[in-house]
Design a binder for this molecule. Structure first.
Ligand code: FAD
Length: 460
């Protein structure tokens, strides 16, 4: 049972915070505890809507003094809902969303509660960008600290490869900076180790000259899927780093470009981007266009629009996982397509094959992210509305994982999975990396205060 928090302790927090304190019964409480995943309905004891770095420190100290468990919330996209916990103090960073671009230094400093939309909109006027997630409402904090996979990753690396420095508030409420020179072990650990080591109040990232961007969304009938996926696989194996994206099964969305009689019916598609003009995209992907898609959208697109193109409304029920594959032979194509054809009807589930490689693979030896060496990843992404589909959707995701086993490596990208147990976390980092991460955890959070995450248990 969560400890009782006295009125006077709460009044002290209200006094200390430039931001707002919300408790059950306050107006706005229900809105403040909602997460992207509609399956999560939790009731924290206190939500501290921090506005400044000092607020974060005060909130953490309040949590320690009262004994409340502490959850850290950015964009609220964690599929397991690790950012809102029953009976806990939620350190809510959403008011801290400012972004400062330095076009001379080619860096951007992002506050810990900013979303991808804040980042991309701030960068666009300066014609610069760094790798961002594929949905604009994802939080930069959880995304970058977990790794950060996006359309530009094959060209610019994972988002975490572009991390230059972080300001953190530790479990003792103290400020610590991590970069290549200052606290280098902590800096290393922040490349995939997530929110284990402290609350990031700001992240400084490298930016790159923004390339022109183009996108193609091609839908095919399910009977053509094996040939489409094989063609995508063959293209991927010789793709330049400008090319990114994947093959996908999904129920055709209710978009103006989808004929009415196809909406809701299962299609197989290819969804890919090019860091260059649409002509180059068309030339490179000509073998896919030659397969006669039934729907095709192919266009140049401003990067910020590309970044919000897949935005979904929050509130659907979500369950996902991911397996990273050392190879993707024809047998794997068949397994992918067989399972794609069996997406639970009545759900809005997507079955994605991501092309990895390029700059993602190039940075593999430096950081605790063994999964990034894999050339392919399967990402079953089940979403649905009606709780009656819960078991079916979860089972389908488990079946995708089982199908992928012959080609899967042990490591997975932990931002793409929910709570899959301690062993999954250890094998995702690799045992040696995990031991090193656990030592960093012991140095910065020996009491495991920040434990609502893909948790690294402090060494010793
Ligand atoms: C619709 C959707 C699309 C997605 N697309 C992508 C994608 O394209 N690429 C990709 O790589 N991932 C993607 N993700 C996964 C996403 O990266 C992770 O869910 C990530 O954890 C979300 O971060 P958040 O801040 O939004 O989440 P939250 O739920 O707010 O936070 C999750 C955890 O991150 C930690 N955290 C968050 N902010 C901070 C901070 N400032 N300091 C310290 N710890 C912090 C905390 O431990 C917290 O428990 C997607 C998720 C969704 C729901």
């Amino acid at each position: 049972m969560a400890p009782h928090v006295s009125e006077s302790a709460l009044a002290g927090l209200v006094e200390d915070l430039a931001g707002e304190v919300i408790t059950p019964g306050d107006p706005g409480y229900d809105e403040a505890r909602v997460l992207h995943n509609g399956m999560i309905d939790r009731r924290p004891a206190v939500i501290a809507q921090c506005a400044t770095q000092a607020d974060v420190s005060n909130a953490v100290l309040f949590g320690r003094a009262t004994g409340l468990p502490i959850a850290v919330r950015g964009g609220g996209h964690s599929v397991a809902g690790s950012s809102v916990i029953d009976g806990a103090l939620v350190v809510d960073l959403r008011r801290m969303h400012h972004v400062f671009v330095d076009p001379e230094a080619m860096t951007v400093r992002v506050e810990g509660g900013a979303t991808m939309a804040h980042l991309d909109h701030a960068c666009q006027p300066f014609h610069v960008a760094t790798t961002g997630g594929r949905v604009s409402t994802t939080g930069v904090g959880g995304f970058v600290l977990g790794g950060g996979s996006g359309w530009l990753e094959r060209k610019f690396g994972l988002a975490s490869d572009n991390l230059l420095a972080a300001d953190l508030i530790t479990a003792e409420g103290k400020h610590v900076r991590a970069d290549a020179d200052e606290n280098p072990e902590l800096f290393w650990a922040l490349h995939g180790g997530g929110g284990n080591f402290g609350v990031a109040t700001s992240l400084t990232m490298r930016v790159h000259p923004l390339p022109r961007t183009s996108v193609a969304m091609l839908f095919f009938l399910p009977d053509d899927a094996p040939e489409v996926v094989r063609t995508f696989r063959d293209l991927g194996e010789r793709a330049p780093d400008e090319f990114g994206g994947g093959a996908i099964y999904l129920p055709a969305p209710p978009e103006p470009f989808v004929p009415e009689d196809m909406v809701g019916k299962l299609v197989c598609g290819a969804l890919f981007t090019y860091a260059g003009p649409v002509g180059e995209l068309r030339d490179f992907a000509a073998p896919l266009f030659a397969l006669d898609p039934v729907v095709q959208i192919v266009t140049d697109i401003p990067y910020v629009d590309l970044q919000s193109m897949l935005d979904d409304p929050p509130g659907l029920r979500n369950y996902w996982s991911a397996e990273y594959l050392r190879e993707f032979p024809d047998e794997a194509v068949d397994a992918f397509c067989d399972r794609g054809a069996r997406i639970p009807p009545g759900t809005a589930t997507q079955h994605v094959l991501f092309l990895m490689g390029g700059a993602v693979a190039a940075g593999s030896s430096r950081y605790p992210q063994p999964w990034r060496t894999a050339p392919w990843a399967v990402h079953p992404f089940a979403t649905w509305e009606d709780p009656a589909y819960d078991d079916q959707a979860r089972q389908w995701v488990h079946d995708v994982r089982a199908d992928a086993r012959p080609w899967a490596i042990e490591s997975t990208y932990l931002n793409f999975v929910g709570s899959e147990g301690e062993q999954r976390i250890v094998s995702s980092f690799g045992e040696e990396n995990y031991r090193r991460l656990a030592a960093v955890k012991a140095a910065f959070d020996p009491d495991n205060v920040f434990r609502y995450n893909q948790n690294i248990v402090p060494a010793g």
